[in-house]
Design a binder for this molecule. Structure first.
Ligand SMILES: Nc1ncnc2c1ncn2[C@@H]1O[C@H](COP(=O)(O)OP(=O)(O)O)[C@@H](O)[C@H]1O
Ligand SMILES: [Mg+2]
Length: 236
């Protein structure tokens, strides 16, 4: 499967008749098995770009080619759970085919077992984010889109979930797009980093990470980080 993004622009208009250019021309493609990471300043248009790619916002100039049969797993910046459904029901509604065993496994990994029957209003933001991740994983997605999924989680949990995302990506051919502010997430998970400009967003630089994820030990991560720091300095 392949995702092709070819946006020539996107503008928001306001009621006063003003307009607000959010996306400049952006072109890239992503294959199954690849993790693309979007890194850019706050407000540059990352979440807007994801909504356009998912087909949730069709008011843009350009074209997105998404395989029509692709199952989509999505974690929005706000967890967006159905408030009148329990944690378990929220996941099952999105993923009706999920097996009991897989559900238990996901709830175990995400430390949600004790919260199966809780309602979203009873959850902290960190917990709600974990439910959103469980829901996205349970779908067994072909296209996984994650908008700052590990923000506001403590370091230990964020690191465990990062490993879980890596395991999911290794276990089946999924196209992944991850928005993050964390260079650690980017260099542990990414195959290609897209460095975005301030609004209107365009890709300033694409940085490939050639070393396979499984071989990125600490020494390798330090090396990649230094390489990236040098690149970003040049870009400025
Ligand atoms: N529905 C909307 N209507 C008008 N402006 C919007 C809307 N959604 C986002 N914006 C504006 O578009 C810009 C990019 O927002 P967003 O994509 O959320 O940025 P990011 O995710 O990179 O922080 C911001 O200036 C934001 O205020
Ligand atoms: Mg955003």
């Amino acid at each position: 499967m392949r995702l092709e993004v070819d946006i020539s622009g996107k503008t928001f208009s306001n009621a006063a008749g003003g307009s607000h250019e959010v996306l400049a021309p952006i072109r890239f493609a992503l294959r199954s098995g690849e993790v693309g990471v979007l890194i850019g300043p706050s407000g540059c248009g990352k979440s807007t770009l994801l909504r356009v790619i998912l087909g949730l916002d069709r008011d843009f100039a350009g074209h997105i080619a998404r395989p029509p049969e692709a199952r989509i797993g999505m974690v929005f910046q706000e967890p967006r759970l159905l408030p009148w459904r329990s944690v378990e029901q929220n996941v099952r509604l999105a993923a009706p085919d999920v097996s009991n065993a897989r559900l238990s496994e996901l709830f175990g990994i995400l430390k949600l077992e004790a919260h199966r029957n809780h309602f979203p209003g009873e959850l902290s933001l960190g917990l709600a984010r974990r439910v959103a991740l469980a829901r996205a994983f349970a779908v067994e997605p072909d296209l996984l889109v994650l908008d700052e999924p590990l923000a506001s989680l403590d370091d230990a949990l964020a690191s465990r979930l990062r490993d879980e995302i890596a395991a999911l990506v290794a276990s089946r051919p999924v196209m992944t797009l991850l928005v993050t502010h964390s260079l650690d997430d980017a260099i542990r998970l990414g195959d290609r980093l897209f460095l975005l400009s301030p609004r209107p967003a365009h890709i300033v630089q694409e940085v490939p990470i050639e070393v396979p994820r499984a071989h990125r030990d600490n020494a390798e991560l330090v090396r990649i980080r230094a390489e990236l720091a040098a690149l970003r300095l040049e870009a400025n």
